[in-house]
Design a protein around this ligand. Structure first.
Ligand code: GDP
Ligand code: MG
Length: 359
């Protein structure tokens, strides 16, 4: 009983909303996975196929439907898959009665949560401000229309002040980023001296990284070395005798705009430190999708001086025939491929062998 009430306090109930054109693919599943990363509970979803509406992004009727859905589901937040202008955010949240965030704000929150090092924190802060910069005018106007409803079109002074402030902050952050010592190599050396190897789990959101981390470390205690637990909160030890540390990373996400890439890379810093990366691939994706994700991930990982093993996960969801076809495809592209089911524990022996052989 107690546990249930604690969980209710922690989880934030959210409604997901997506507007798309007929030929566009839905991103609701990915948005749900991203929401789970932040411990949100998705209580309802709403979709609409139409051109963007200037006022609410979704149509007026749909927006009213969303307001009803928020009430009936007791949601505390709405997450829009579409990027919203400040005035759309403002109008929509007034109508539905709870806070509205868009996909990019959600991603920034994940990055902020995941940013461990001072450098990563600065990068995320920088991305947040870069997101705000072109939206300041609209933000100030939206605010002023509430505070001083009679005054139309004004606010130039307030806009300028805010522009200046954000500009100064951005310059300041650029300076700090430059001076943040490149301590990565030192940390890596220190860890090695202590006799630890680090294996990082990478891959797209929803591929099963966290499930695998939990499954592999279920029988093992948290890392007892405070140095690593404070430095890498998502790191745990396995195979105590070999001292392998396993760490989860922030998932790859499709369609990241350029201004978010640096923040994304900064939050991937466990990969810089790792001796081996296990690239988790969702076997239930159709081959073209699987290939596209594999190539994107491999290209990102190619920027890091680290060995990569491909891990085909969720094989419990596909037939033997399908598995063989996908293994064929992957074996042509990667020197080392293991197939597993993280949730069923299939082939963990082979996976651990590959890990030990490569660290
Ligand atoms: P992450 O975003 O990469 O950390 O992915 P998660 O570990 O959160 O897993 C995403 C979803 O895939 C969850 O619903 C898991 O239960 C599911 N999942 C993970 N591994 C497996 C697997 O081996 N088989 C099946 N059927 N589902 C899995
Ligand atoms: Mg995860």
């Amino acid at each position: 009983m107690e546990l249930v009430s604690i969980i209710e306090v922690i989880l934030m109930r959210v409604v997901l909303v997506e507007r798309r054109l007929l030929e566009e693919q839905s991103h609701l599943e990915e948005l749900a996975a991203l929401s789970r990363t932040l411990n949100y509970e998705v209580v309802a979803t709403l979709q609409q196929v139409r051109e963007p509406d200037p006022a609410y992004n979704i149509g007026k009727g749909k927006a009213n439907e969303l307001a009803d859905l928020v009430k009936s589901s007791g949601a505390e937040r709405v997450v829009s898959d579409n990027q919203l202008t400040p005035s759309q955010t403002y109008k929509l949240s007034r109508l539905v009665g709870v806070e509205v965030v868009d996909r990019f704000q959600l991603i920034l929150e994940i990055f902020a949560m995941r940013a461990g090092s001072p450098e990563a924190k600065l990068q995320v802060e920088y991305a947040k401000l870069s997101y705000e910069m072109p939206r300041i005018r609209e933000q100030v106007r939206a605010l002023m229309s509430v505070e001083r409803p009679g005054l139309m079109g004004g606010g130039e002074y307030e806009v300028d002040v805010r522009y200046d402030m954000v500009k100064r902050k951005l310059a300041n952050l650029r300076q700090k980023l430059k001076s943040v010592a490149k301590t990565r190599e030192q940390r890596r050396k220190l860890r090695r001296r202590r006799g630890f190897n680090l294996v990082a789990l990478a891959g797209y959101t929803n591929s099963g990284k966290s499930t695998l981390l939990n499954a592999l470390t279920a029988a093992n205690a948290e890392v007892d070395d405070m140095y690593f637990t404070t430095l890498m909160p998502r790191t745990r030890a396995i195979c105590a005798s070999r001292k392998i540390l396993l760490t989860d990373t922030v998932g790859f996400i499709d369609g990241l705009p350029p201004w978010l890439i640096e923040a994304f890379k900064a939050t991937l810093e466990e990969i810089y430190l790792a001796d081996l990366v296990m690239l988790i691939i969702d076997a239930s994706d159709p081959i073209p999708e699987l290939l596209r994700k594999f190539r994107t991930s491999r290209d990102v990982l190619a920027e890091y001086p680290v060995k990569v093993v491909a891990v085909l996960n969720k094989i419990d969801l596909i037939s033997q025939e399908d598995l063989e076809r996908k293994l064929d495809v992957l074996n042509n592209l990667s020197s080392s491929v293991v197939s597993i089911s993280a949730s069923k524990g299939t082939n963990f022996g082979a996976l651990l062998d590959v890990m030990r052989a490569n660290v």
